[in-house]
Ligand binder design. Sequence first.
Ligand code: MG
Length: 242
Amino acid sequence: MNIQEAILNYLKYTGHKEIHISTALIDMDGVLYDSMKNHTRAWHKLMTKNGIKCTRDEFYSYEGMTGADIIKQLFRQRAGKVVTSDEAAALYQVKSRYFRELGEPQIITGTPQMLLTLKDNNIKRILVTGSGQQSVLDKIDSDFPGIFAPERITAADVTHGKPNPEPYLKAMLKAQVKPFQAMVIENAPLGVQAGHAAGCFTIGITTGPIPPKELAKAGADLVFPSMADFARELPQLLPSLI
Ligand code: MG
């Protein structure tokens, strides 16, 4: 689908008369950082050490959920165990330590260029992540100086993580924009579902093992096979979106 078709389609299913993007709501893991392989490794270690049977790859499909939701869901499904919020928080701390021990994740190729293009076009950049991984959140502003607005949404700000639209709805409230003024930049099916359910024009970008068609199926208005492709095409897309 090209940009014109994608916009017409978006206007049709939302009922909006126009699209005027002023704000980009930007996911973190798999969009800014190539961090998902370390997250899946850390999750797998945490779960197997706690006697929960799982595969490492399944954690790619949970991307976007809060850590507490992942822990509660797997313990309930696989061990019939109800985990309290305090227990989930303690387990998440252990998972966060395993993640930190794997080293700092690399910035994804194409991401700095993509962010600078948004900045050059006066599109406000807001971070919207289901993550509570403080070691990564703390380095956003030094890794991407002058890019992100001070308001941000993390796991600490939401009751319902992605695929619930709450993270993106709260981000729009903070930015004081309506859905037709916001575009979501995501790499994971649950994140795309959240952006789509919030009513935003949602761009899905493949940066890991999940194929592009899964992002389209989740409701992405446009899909790109890599961040480098998206970064290269963004300058030509923006005049239609702004
Ligand atoms: Mg992501």
